[in-house]
Design a protein around this ligand. Structure first.
Ligand SMILES: CC(C)(COP(=O)(O)OP(=O)(O)OC[C@H]1O[C@@H](n2cnc3c(N)ncnc32)[C@H](O)[C@@H]1OP(=O)(O)O)[C@@H](O)C(=O)NCCC(=O)NCCS
Length: 262
């Protein structure tokens, strides 16, 4: 059952979590530990999780899930009781954070609101991310599957990360790709993920410039007329044929002999 040792461990964890909030949230710099403990939702969620996790570890049924559900209702942060979370964890703002059952987080990890550490489907076993020490994950980022985020890395807001992230990297975008590794831009033929070739956009651009060139040449050939065609009574096609070269082509196609012979 819960001994003094376990209670002491939870208390030490919470103390470090409050200190993490003070050091990593600019809005908490001048706020006392008690005020943070009472008013910071990320700290509440973590406090609830530390209790739920200990109960889950020692095999207490039902209660850990109840604690997690109540905590979720109050804070908007959903942490599965089985998720392993290290010391100095900080969730800023909190609302919309989901941390799955087999997620593992190292020490001094920071998450912003809307982060998901989730699975990719209905797989069982280890199916959630492992996040090493000193990682920061921006708001709205989704990390999916049993990937590993190396220590000291940063994940940009709204990124979708489905592959391992090397240590000390910055990963952004969807799909998430490294824009910094060990402080430098990644090099090599596959490094430029941002400026990938886009053949469809290229084709549309070339058609657009061809159309504008054709329009321009039409205006040049009929100075003063622009592309305004005078209205003619239906059937007076001979008059129309005399107007401009482009209408000649159209009318000839209408009234000329049928090449198919029908
Ligand atoms: C990813 C992040 C940590 C990078 O910060 P950084 O180390 O200072 O890196 P930089 O700002 O130099 O950005 C590096 C590159 O990534 C790009 N980038 C940064 N964040 C990005 C994002 N979220 N999405 C897409 N691209 C991003 C930058 O444009 C830059 O591109 P470049 O190399 O072509 O110039 C930061 O941009 C971020 O997203 N932080 C999350 C903050 C957050 O969620 N705040 C919520 C507060 S409520």
């Amino acid at each position: 059952m819960l001994g003094l040792g376990l209670i002491g461990r939870i208390a030490a964890g919470v103390r470090r979590d409050v200190a993490a909030a003070r050091s990593r949230d600019p809005a908490a710099r001048d706020v006392g530990p008690l005020e943070i403990l009472v008013t910071w939702p990320g700290v509440h969620a973590l406090f609830a999780h530390r209790i739920a996790h200990v109960l889950h570890e020692i095999g207490v049924p039902f209660l850990p899930r109840v604690i997690a559900a109540v905590s979720r209702a109050i804070t908007g942060i959903e942490i599965h009781p089985a998720a392993k979370i290290g010391q100095g964890f900080f969730i800023d703002h909190g609302m919309g954070v989901v941390i799955g059952e087999t997620a593992e987080l190292g020490d001094d990890v920071t998450l912003y609101q809307g982060v998901t550490l989730g699975g990719t489907g209905f797989a069982t076993g280890k199916r959630h991310p492992t996040v090493q020490d000193n990682v920061t994950i921006g708001s709205g980022a989704k990390l999916l599957g049993p990937i590993t985020v190396g220590h000291g890395s940063k994940i940009g807001a709204n990124s979708v990360v489905i592959h391992d992230v090397p240590p000390n990297s910055t990963v952004v975008g969807n799909p998430g790709h490294p824009v910094r590794v060990e402080g430098r831009r990644p090099e090599g033929p596959d490094a430029d993920w941002v400026h990938l070739p886009d053949p469809i956009a290229d084709a549309i651009k070339s058609l657009a410039s061809r159309i504008s060139a054709l329009e321009q040449s039409g205006v040049d050939e009929a100075p003063g007329q622009g592309n305004v065609r005078p209205l003619r009574p239906a059937g007076n096609r001979e008059d129309e044929i005399e107007q401009t070269p482009d209408t000649t082509t159209r009318v000839n196609r209408t009234v000329g002999p049928n090449p198919a012979g029908g």
